[in-house]
Design a protein around this ligand. Structure first.
Ligand code: SF4
Length: 332
């Protein structure tokens, strides 16, 4: 067994300096994925910098209707926060449909953004995996890939992004705040997740040692009537086969604005721009919903075991649109 040293950071600059100056170090927050991967010998840091006592756990409800959620706020706290439940129900629902109650009490918001893929070959050091060992190959292409992605894939990796929460954040145009030794910056959450292309080992645009400090959710009045719909093999403690985050602004039955994202089917939380473009200006009826969903899934690349996902995702998006439209979907 390899030895791992442990340090507890007392402030953000010290934490950032510790990890930036030592490439063999990693941050430790809730640890709900990271500790599994340490045990499996998939992640191999020689030092963990514990950030759990940094002052990054607040949920700030701001006067302009936005939220500033600290990176160390726990999933369960954010899911139950009144401002989230009332103004961003799709985010609350996505959080509550993720993981288990015990994990939600422990897992942090920043850690959720950084969680690794659930591809079984990634988690098996004996298997070829370009994400774990660049250039080694992708065992999933000819292996078991029922749960793998159909959108945003490459010939080097087809792993599905596992987060529910991030799907809602992409639909809401959230922004990730990060801190590095050269200062702070913000990254739109849609840009925070990289497509695998020919470098699947690179999942985020973070520079070494940069630390997520907060997630900003801008004011989105139409999100008061929004939905996160998740379809999975069982009703609890399971990843999505397909999911949809949907918010609609309707005026006299016409769609003025649509915010849509898909989960469980893509290599990153998938903003459904094609479907949005078709919906805006149209009457909110099922024929338009079916057409929009078909357009979004048109570029899907399926394989023998995951071909069902294209139809499942279409139906999931249509059902979510019908549900939100039936609520009225009006801007508050
Ligand atoms: Fe690795 Fe990605 Fe292939 Fe899975 S799909 S084996 S994570 S390269």
């Amino acid at each position: 067994m390899r030895a791992i040293s442990y340090t507890r950071a007392t402030d953000v600059p010290a934490a950032v300096a510790a990890v930036t100056s030592d490439p063999g170090s990693s941050y430790l927050a809730g640890g709900t994925t990271e500790v599994d991967l340490l045990r499996l010998d998939v992640l191999r840091p020689h030092r963990l910098v514990d950030i759990n006592r940094l002052p990054l756990a607040g949920i700030e409800d701001r006067s302009d209707g936005s939220l500033l959620i600290g990176a160390l706020a726990r999933m369960s706290e954010v899911a139950e926060a009144r401002a989230v439940v009332e103004r961003f129900p799709m985010l609350s629902q996505a959080l509550l449909l993720g993981a288990s109650a015990q994990l939600r009490n422990m897992a942090s918001m920043g850690g959720n953004l950084m969680q690794r893929v659930r591809c079984s070959y990634y988690r098996d050091p004996e298997s070829a995996c370009n994400k774990r060992v660049p250039g080694s190959g992708c065992s999933a292409l000819e292996g078991v890939h029922r749960g793998h992605a159909i959108l945003g894939t490459s010939e080097h990796c087809i792993a599905t992004h596992p987060s529910d929460m991030a799907v809602a954040l992409v639909a809401l145009d959230a922004v990730v705040h990060v801190e590095g030794t050269k200062g702070s910056r913000t990254i739109p959450v849609d840009d925070f997740f990289l497509l695998p292309e020919d470098t699947p080992e690179r999942e985020h645009p973070l520079t070494p040692g940069e630390l997520i400090t907060a997630i900003e959710v801008p004011p989105v009045p139409m999100a008061r009537r929004s939905l996160y719909l998740k379809v999975r093999d069982r009703e609890s403690y399971e990843f999505a086969l397909a999911s949809a985050a949907v918010a609609l602004a309707l005026e006299d039955g016409v769609i003025r604005e649509a915010r849509l994202a898909l989960g469980g089917v893509a290599t990153k939380p998938w903003r459904a721009h094609r479907a949005e473009d078709i919906l805006v200006g149209e009457r909110a009826d099922v024929e338009v919903f079916v057409r929009a969903a078909a357009a979004e899934l048109a570029p899907a690349v399926t394989r023998p075991m995951n071909g069902f996902k294209a139809e499942l995702a279409r139906r999931t998006l249509v059902r979510a649109l019908q549900t939100v439209a039936a609520q009225g979907g009006r801007t508050a």
